[in-house]
Design a protein around this ligand. Structure first.
Ligand code: SAM
Length: 305
């Protein structure tokens, strides 16, 4: 997350292709079929790194599925869907050097401080399905894809594709949240409402964290299903992660300025004032951000390609 790393990332972004366009100094996806409204650039990668540390701390680890032994033993293949900055994939690849890790994302991953032989990153639009053979992964992890899949795509595309590529006996873990922050004052509530408005417009689920367990149950393909929910304090009760969590949300709101100001029907300047006031409320009184993980083990059905 240092200055040098950011510079390297920026340079690489300038060279990358036409899936993106730059608006107001931020780079966004411009695919026809994409639902995604957050930026895809160096600033967003830094935000995702920060968010990763906040969430890892809240859940006391990088995952909840019982896969530690499987990964430690070696030979396991792991996929991180919509891997973002690649930090989760990298941390696991380091911790489990005998297993193989793949991160897939529409945007290139530029965290190349260190080369690991057991990790690879693939640029791909997951709305086209997953470019992998059936029954080829031992563990699939997908975090924070709230703005990637619409309500129907979750159950008709995402879960069926994850299930297809997981080996019988392999594991799926989903991690999502309630994007509506609890206990906020007036301006945080305005930001919450803008978020709900955006999700309604795009048919995204504003609080997928509450639905991920039932996605696994209703698919009928999973057993040994588990669920964990953690309230993450943002603000004064966030202890040593307070500042990071506040910065995460400040950056989310800045990144969504274009769409949120249009949903709120306010000018860019007015939007900046509202979002700064909302950050002030986070600092002063704080909010709770509910986060959830659900995981399950694929039953013995064999998919043939
Ligand atoms: C909110 S980020 C989460 C990143 C990562 N999973 C994490 O938790 O840090 C969502 C990621 O999904 C990626 N994404 C959005 N639409 C996508 C698509 N259609 N295909 C592949 N990746 C996509 C974005 O580029 C971004 O990196």
């Amino acid at each position: 997350m240092g200055g040098c790393c950011s510079l390297i990332r920026r340079k690489k972004y300038e060279q990358s292709g036409s899936k993106f366009k730059v608006i107001d100094g931020r780079r966004f996806q411009i695919l026809d079929d994409s639902n995604y409204t957050l930026p895809n650039d160096a600033g967003e990668e830094e935000r995702l790194d920060i968010q990763h540390f906040v969430l890892k701390h809240a859940f006391n680890g990088n995952f909840s599925a019982p896969v530690d032994q499987l990964l430690r033993k070696g030979g396991a293949r792991v996929l991180d869907v919509g891997c973002g900055s690649g930090i989760w994939t990298f941390e696991l690849a380091k911790e489990y050097p005998k297993s193989h890790f793949v991160g897939i994302d529409l945007a290139p991953v530029n965290l190349k401080d260190e080369k690991l032989s057991n990790v690879e990153f693939i640029e791909y639009n997951v709305l086209d399905g997953l470019p992998f053979e059936s029954n080829s992964f031992d563990y699939v992890f997908a975090r924070a894809l709230v703005a990637v899949y619409t309500r129907s795509q979750w159950t008709e595309l995402a879960i069926p594709e994850y299930t297809r590529i997981i080996k019988p006996g392999g594991w799926l873990e989903l991690m999502e949240w309630d994007t509506v922050l609890k206990g906020g004052a007036a301006n945080v509530k305005r930001m919450n409402n803008a978020l709900i408005g955006m999700c309604d417009q795009k048919d995204l689920i504003a609080a997928p964290g509450y639905e991920i367990q039932s996605f696994l149950e209703q698919s009928g393909h999973y057993t040994n299903i588990g669920y964990e929910q953690k309230p993450v304090p943002i603000g004064p009760k966030g202890e040593k992660y307070a500042e990071m969590a506040i910065r995460d949300w400040r950056d989310v709101w800045q990144g969504l300025k274009l769409i949120f100001s249009s949903v709120m029907q306010v000018s860019g300047e007015h939007y900046d004032a509202i979002s700064e006031a909302a950050v002030g409320e986070l600092i002063k009184s704080g909010v709770i951000w509910e986060n959830m993980r659900a995981w399950g083990q694929k039953k013995d059905r064999i998919y043939t390609d």
